[in-house]
Design a protein around this ligand. Structure first.
Ligand code: HEM
Length: 521
């Protein structure tokens, strides 16, 4: 496929193309050889030792190897390296907990968060939106500051979109929940980090829902069939990559009139000023204008940040929502679910509407969610960084430049040193810890060295409290307005789906829903 497209390019500009390709190949070959030679950390190499160490095994069965790596090395304070499923990024390094404090405080110029995605998703070639300083800044400051004011809008939008996607009827209806919940998340995300009109634009929502999948598919296809030194050409000729760029272009077109209108309002005379919207588009526009380079904010730049927001939020939140719902409707947790619903009804009765304060009273729901996430993490690895320079930890462990390092989040969750009876699903595990210890700790969005679902340190997810409350608002609605069960012979959670470092709730599972037989008073 790639060769055919290269041939077309060569035919159009034969001499020029050959000269360019020759120079690029030569420079790249020398750079790559030098880079690779210095890239292997001096660590034990973990591999499957039972006769099948194939690449395919790393796609579907990494969990087995992670367990061995945790027990053999990490538990004893020893880092290890192993193959990366994305061959050209091998080897990746897993660090034991003792290095986490140093990772948390290391500057981006040394251990980078965004550059991990650049490498992992081949962002330099596929056009996948990158994490920018301004996008991170507005989430860290504007979203966090404004979160308390967002609840009325989120509550109304959540009810409208769920009613639309799961029309209420007394007959059981069978649906595949993942695409429905992804749409719900996209609407809520558009409302918060986009704008009200974008939340009503299905073309926009389609682009935002599709961007992660399309960018990952483009990266995969590119790596499979294009030698890396030819990939710079792909955006012009390779359909999966062209599609990512086309979506970026279309997103910018949709944003252009909104941007123009918002900028005009910013410069309007005082007596003509209208109330400023409180959303992501406005936060980004004001970020640029406050720094004196408002004129530089093009629809294309705005689209890049909006696409990043979508990548950061929609599918991570959807997978976690679905995973928790799967546990809530599992027959083994029927009693806990009933208690969660009782709690929701009591809080609803006391407060009347949802706010940061009333949501925080849902302590049973929070504890259930956290236990569900502890045993059904959506990723084995967290706190992913790339060494931008050769990096030496205080105890002398040396990480060569370009190495991808991570923490094995999953191993910790099964370690009896950290969690009593770790394989047992105890819905009130964290509630008990809050009651016995600090009520402000052990929450779904809490961070500590063993709670790394949202990362760690300064670069931990700045939207974690917001994302958690959005998931809760949706669960509250689903649990109180609908009866939900599995569509099939078993009423138990289906096995998760594993790919590389990810473990996702089964996305193909069908559920049955109907209007709740005992409506909330
Ligand atoms: C349940 C849903 C979510 C999960 C599980 C999640 C998880 C994460 C994780 C693991 C990181 C990396 C932290 C680290 O490596 O230390 C991160 C970073 C980030 N997340 Fe989230 N996230 C979620 C939702 C969101 C949402 C809704 C947004 C808003 C757009 C968002 C914006 C960000 C940003 C901007 C960063 C980069 C922070 C930095 O580099 O300083 N996330 N998230």
């Amino acid at each position: 496929m790639a060769l055919r497209e290269l041939a077309t390019a060569v035919q159009a500009h034969p001499r020029l193309t050959v000269v360019i390709l020759g120079v690029v190949a030569a420079v790249a070959w020398v750079a790559r050889a030098r880079h690779k030679a210095s890239r292997e950390a001096d660590l034990p190499f973990l591999r499957f030792e039972d006769g099948d160490d194939s690449r395919q095994r790393y796609a579907t069965d990494s969990g087995t190897l992670f367990k061995i790596g945790y027990d053999r090395y990490l538990k004893h304070g020893q880092a290890f390296k192993m193959r990366n499923y994305i061959g050209e990024l091998s080897p990746q390094v897993y660090l034991p907990l003792k290095y986490l404090d140093e990772v948390k405080t290391a500057p981006q110029a040394k251990l980078s968060v965004p550059y991990y995605s650049v490498l992992h998703f081949s962002q330099n070639w596929t056009g996948m939106a990158k994490q920018t300083d301004e996008a991170t800044h507005v989430i860290r400051t504007d979203l966090v500051r404004n979160q308390p004011f967002l609840y009325p809008g989120l509550e109304a939008e959540r009810a409208a979109v769920i009613d639309e996607k799961l029309p209420r009827t007394r007959e059981w209806q069978s649906v595949n929940p993942y695409p429905i919940f992804a749409y719900v998340m996209a609407r809520l995300a558009a409302k918060t980090t986009g704008s009200a009109e974008l939340a009503r634009n299905d073309e926009w929502l389609g682009i935002m829902i599709g961007v992660t999948q399309k960018s990952m598919a483009a990266a995969h296809a590119l790596r499979e069939s294009w030698p890396w030194w030819t990939r710079w050409l792909a955006r012009h000729v390779f359909p999966p990559v062209k599609e990512v760029f086309a979506d970026r272009k279309r997103a910018a077109e949709i944003l252009r009139p909104i941007l123009e209108e918002r900028v005009a309002a910013l410069h309007a005379p005082a007596d003509e000023k209208i109330e400023k919207p409180n959303d992501g588009i406005q936060w980004l526009i004001e970020y640029y204008h406050a720094r004196g380079f408002g004129a530089r904010l093009t629809p294309e730049l705005l689209a890049q940040d909006e696409l990043f927001f979508a990548i950061a939020s929609i599918h991570s939140s959807t997978a976690i929502l679905l995973s928790i719902l799967y546990d809530l409707i599992d027959e083994r947790h029927a009693q806990s679910k009933a208690e969660v619903i009782d709690e929701i009804e009591a809080v609803q009765k006391e407060f009347g509407s949802w706010s940061r304060q009333s949501v925080s009273k849902l302590v049973k729901l929070d504890s259930f969610m956290k236990e569900s996430g502890r045993l059904n993490y959506v990723a084995h690895a967290r706190v992913s960084r790339v060494a931008m320079v050769p990096y030496t930890f205080k105890d002398g462990l040396h990480i060569p430049q370009g190495t991808m390092i991570q923490l094995l989040h999953s191993g910790i969750q099964h370690d009896g040193n950290f969690f009593e009876d770790p394989e047992t699903f105890d819905p009130w595990r964290f509630l008990k810890k809050r009651k016995e210890g600090d009520p402000n700790k052990f929450q779904f969005a809490s961070l500590s060295n063993i709670e790394t679902q949202f990362g760690a340190g300064f670069h931990a997810c700045p939207a974690r409290n917001y994302a958690t409350d959005v998931i809760k608002l949706i669960l509250v609605y689903l649990l109180t307005k609908y009866d939900i069960k599995y569509d099939g012979d078993t009423q138990r959670r289906p096995p998760d789906f594993a790919h590389d470092n990810a473990t996702l709730p089964n996305l193909a599972t069908q559920i049955l829903y109907r209007e709740r037989s005992v409506p909330v008073s």
